[in-house]
Design a protein around this ligand. Structure first.
Ligand code: SF4
Ligand code: SF4
Length: 191
């Protein structure tokens, strides 16, 4: 008989009535001890869980900030951001001025069945068009329905918490300084 076969025939340690009874009593004592303690679980969906305000639930899109630069789509490791756009020509605003071109966003979609919530797209967007929302109740029965277009991504913007207050001793943000600059004088006034 090999050592393995021999050990299979032996009763397991603690499985005898001598080991089982103290174990049972110990288990009952533990149950009695924790029975009166408050529970740490919530009965979702009847009770909403507490989530930190900056939870990364879903990505919201502020469409008017998006310039269709494609940076988020290129940097996404899962290639789950889909962007379509076209160019639009804007007429010159001054006499003799040049026409200008700008991108118009036709489609912006994120496939949350592929997204791994890394946040790279939010971090790389140079125009603050993508934001984390703590919203998490968007589960679907069919995985294909997790592909969300810009209209749905925009609906999550109101759930995005405002940015934290600036440190009182920090320098004034460049955007505020630029906005507070007095307008340049017209050429006639200068002469
Ligand atoms: S969070 Fe990451 S994986 Fe998801 S869309 Fe953004 S870059 Fe892609
Ligand atoms: S969301 Fe940001 S990074 Fe992505 S295309 Fe729009 S402006 Fe560019």
């Amino acid at each position: 008989m090999t050592e393995h076969e021999h050990s299979q025939g032996e009763p397991r340690k603690g499985a005898t009535s001598g080991g089982l009874l103290p174990g049972l009593v110990k288990g009952l004592i533990t149950t009695a001890r924790v029975l009166g303690r408050p529970t740490h679980t919530t009965e979702y969906p009847d009770a909403q869980p507490y989530l930190p305000p900056r939870s990364q639930g879903v990505i919201a899109l502020l469409e008017e900030n998006c310039t269709s630069c494609m940076l988020c789509s290129r940097e996404c490791p899962d290639w789950c951001i889909y962007i379509d756009s076209h160019k639009e020509t804007l007429p010159a605003t001054t006499e003799g001025g040049r026409e200008r071109q700008r991108n118009v966003l036709d489609r912006f979609a994120i496939d949350f069945s592929l997204c791994m919530y890394c946040g790279i797209c939010v971090d790389v967007c140079p125009f603050d068009a993508l934001h984390w929302s703590p919203e998490f109740e968007y589960a679907e029965v069919d995985i294909k329905d997790l592909l969300h277009e810009k209209a749905r991504l925009g609906q999550w913007m109101p759930t995005v918490p405002p940015p934290p207050a600036l440190d009182p001793s920090s320098a004034e943000p460049q955007e505020i300084t630029a906005a507070n600059k007095p307008p340049r004088a017209a050429p006639e006034a200068r002469s």
